[in-house]
Design a binder for this molecule. Sequence first.
Ligand code: HEC
Length: 323
Amino acid sequence: MKIIKYGYFIRAIPSLILAMASLHAVAADVDWGGVEAKTVKVFYPGQSSWEFLRSKDHGRGASVVKKMNKTCADCHVGKDGGYDIKADEIISGTKQKSESKKSFEPQPITGATGFKDVTVQTAYDKENIYLRFQWQGSGASVTDPSIATDNKADRIALQISNNIGSFKNYGCYITCHDDQDDMPENRSTEVTLYGYYTRDKDRNVKDQGTLDGFLSKGQFIDLLEASFVGNEIKTKDMHVLDKRSDDNNDLTAAGGFENDTYTVVITRKLSTGDKNDITLADGATFSLGIAIHDNKNHGRRHYTSFPVSIGLSTAADINARKF
Ligand code: HEC
């Protein structure tokens, strides 16, 4: 009996190998040449928190963000696609907040531009989503992988959500707060990214039952990261609710750095089976916020995007190509 089973197993191996090989072939073989490429601008925000956006320092913007009836892009992106945001002055440390007169960036990054263009392409098949990004940068952690150990790797982080109205309008900004690390009201205890709706009006974390409710309704933010460490690309799978937490790593990434340009393709199953991952499917739309760290700048000192929508065969800012 045992021998028969063993024999069966041996005979099954070639087809198993074939099946596995074809799975990998799909990931490697996405023909990106035929996939729509969109440019998403990222800009350097300095200490522009959720609280700033709802304060007098945000001028006419404050009451609108409080009422949540217009998006960031409605006010800051012109019909021609031009950005009306003073990111060059923020990164160089010369821009002050209009009411408090505090600098947007107390630790300026000299010589850096306030904006970067990120080329975004997306595709999916029955099993996976493929997210491809290209942008220009320093290559610092490719040249010197040792800086990655200080959490200073050049990297891209993606916030993804499909069930939070304020994230659709305001993206990552709903997770950025004045009491976080390296922000103006941090009291030296570690505070990582969190959704504003997980706190009460005194900034205390809401009770576990309420947080569990948000999680079960999909009202959390999936966080996917790819870091360049020498010639390797390392991934981290996280989510943000009342804090940033690590998940099962369900991500793979491929890419490199050439001609001053990073390229990365992040691959993930549409449905990973992890309750801490947003489940995607044919016909779904989700919102994406992009963050880019470059040239040893770490923590909050990164570029950010306004949110863009991605459609899996639905109308959106960026249409994922179905294979
Ligand atoms: C109702 C229109 C409106 C909306 C919506 C809005 N803003 Fe603003 N924003 C403004 C105005 C007006 C200013 C200038 C305020 C001042 O200096 O007093 C400003 C200033 C800023 C600044 C400071 C740099 C600069 O160029 O003055 C940042 C950063 C910023 N907004 C980010 C955002 C983000 C992020 C969002 C979405 C979460 C957003 N804004 C939504 C109108 C808006």
